[in-house]
Design a protein around this ligand. Structure first.
Ligand SMILES: NC(=O)c1ccc[n+]([C@@H]2O[C@H](COP(=O)([O-])OP(=O)(O)OC[C@H]3O[C@@H](n4cnc5c(N)ncnc54)[C@H](O)[C@@H]3O)[C@@H](O)[C@H]2O)c1
Length: 360
């Protein structure tokens, strides 16, 4: 099937060679970064429309991109005839409506996580895309779980999938932030931070999460009032594997994301990302060390670039190349169980519908 058949209403003839014309909805931290990478580092695409509830911000971002216009209403931006594909980087509560509008129009969409705010609405997106796929044979919705594109994670997954560690048994994850903004709650740590480990676990092990337990050890003195920090989250997979996640968001130090897979015949660890190892003077003598990434944009900058390039390449041919709506739904279902486990202090089973549909 050609791209012209898939996106007859919006993709001009010869679309395989034309730049993909992208609308970016929401140009705060993530959206502005995506505009910059689409404009400067990714080939085969250009930003033609920028939309944000804060029109001054949209004006400012569009002013830096030759040929870009501001369309304040995000649904009008999705419907714009000068748009072939959409990046959704608005706050999560707007994703459902915006992604459904993209499916309705038949345009590929890269939606930042979360796909939607809860599992039921994410499932509705899965089903809407399934109906589109049944008609066209094409998928439209990619979800922004960028770690899958990080070269270290990709290599780890390859190692696991090729049997290089034997049967995988355990995964140890550490997710540490130096600090979090005011207003972050323990529940939002599960939904916004642990969600990445949930996707990593599913990606590395290739199976669903069946149950979640959340433990609250003694909190750091740096934790904001009311925040349980760190958390330890245990994820049990359908195949009986166990994933432990330390999520510690106010270490006062740096951004650290580390993952170790332990298999029957070996183990592999990623996330030390040392860069140059330097010898320098320290208080008690010379110290050998390296600089840790200050934040997620530094640690995963390359992953975002690869993610968006692969999405553009796929979208130009009317498809996706990465985690899809089902992965967004599964992550929401696991986080819902995580929030319940946090509230009750009990092991909580994940409630998920059978996959079904026309997934590849
Ligand atoms: N993949 C990742 O690692 C990662 C990291 C950070 C954030 N995110 C996700 O990206 C999304 C955006 O996060 P952010 O940190 O950039 O937030 P942000 O607050 O910096 O930016 C959101 C922008 O959306 C605008 N906006 C508000 N309502 C809108 C609407 N209805 N339509 C379009 N724009 C609207 C806001 O004015 C703001 O400019 C969130 O879903 C977040 O969870 C993903």
């Amino acid at each position: 099937m050609t791209a012209a058949e898939v996106l007859p209403a919006v993709t001009p003839a010869g679309a395989e060679t034309a730049d993909l014309r992208v609308a970016v909805l929401g140009v705060g931290l993530m959206g502005a970064d995506h505009v910059a990478r689409l404009s400067r580092r990714v080939s085969g695409a250009r930003v033609t429309v920028v939309s944000d509830a804060a029109t001054d911000r949209a004006d400012q971002v569009a002013a830096g991109v030759p040929g870009a216009r501001v369309v304040p209403d995000p649904l009008a931006a999705i419907a714009d005839p000068g748009v072939d594909a959409v990046v959704v980087a608005s706050p999560g509560r707007f994703h459902e409506e915006q992604v459904l509008a993209c499916i309705e129009r038949g345009v590929p969409v890269l939606c930042e996580k979360p796909l939607t705010m809860d599992a039921d609405s994410s499932l509705a997106v899965v089903r809407a895309e399934d109906a589109y796929t049944a008609r066209t044979g094409q998928r439209l919705v990619q979800v922004g779980f960028m770690r899958r594109f990080d070269p270290e994670y990709a290599a780890l997954r390859e190692l696991v999938a090729s049997g290089g560690l034997g049967e995988p048994l355990l995964v140890h994850c550490a997710h540490r932030n130096p600090a979090v903004p005011a207003g972050v709650t323990t529940e939002s740590v599960v939904n916004d931070s642990v969600v990445h480990e949930v996707d990593v676990a599913r990606f590395l092990l290739g199976e669903e999460i069946a149950a979640v337990t959340v433990l609250r050890p003694r909190s750091t003195r740096r934790a904001a009032e009311g925040l349980s920090d760190p958390l330890v989250v245990l994820l049990e997979t359908t195949g009986g594997r166990l994933v432990d996640v330390e999520c510690f968001v106010s270490t006062g130090l740096a951004y650290e994301v580390r993952t170790e897979v332990v298999g029957e015949d070996g183990s592999a660890l990623i996330g030390l990302d040392p860069g140059p190892v330097r010898l320098s003077a320290g208080p008690g003598g010379a110290v050998r060390g390296s600089t840790a990434a200050p934040g997620f944009r530094e640690r995963f900058g390359r992953a975002y670039d690869i993610e968006v390039q692969r999405w553009v390449d796929a979208a130009r041919h009317g498809g996706i190349d990465g985690p899809g709506a089902w992965d967004g739904y599964a992550a929401q279902a696991v986080c819902a169980a995580g929030v319940e486990a946090l509230r009750t202090g009990r092991r909580t089973e994940v409630r998920m519908e059978p996959r079904g549909g026309t997934r590849s």
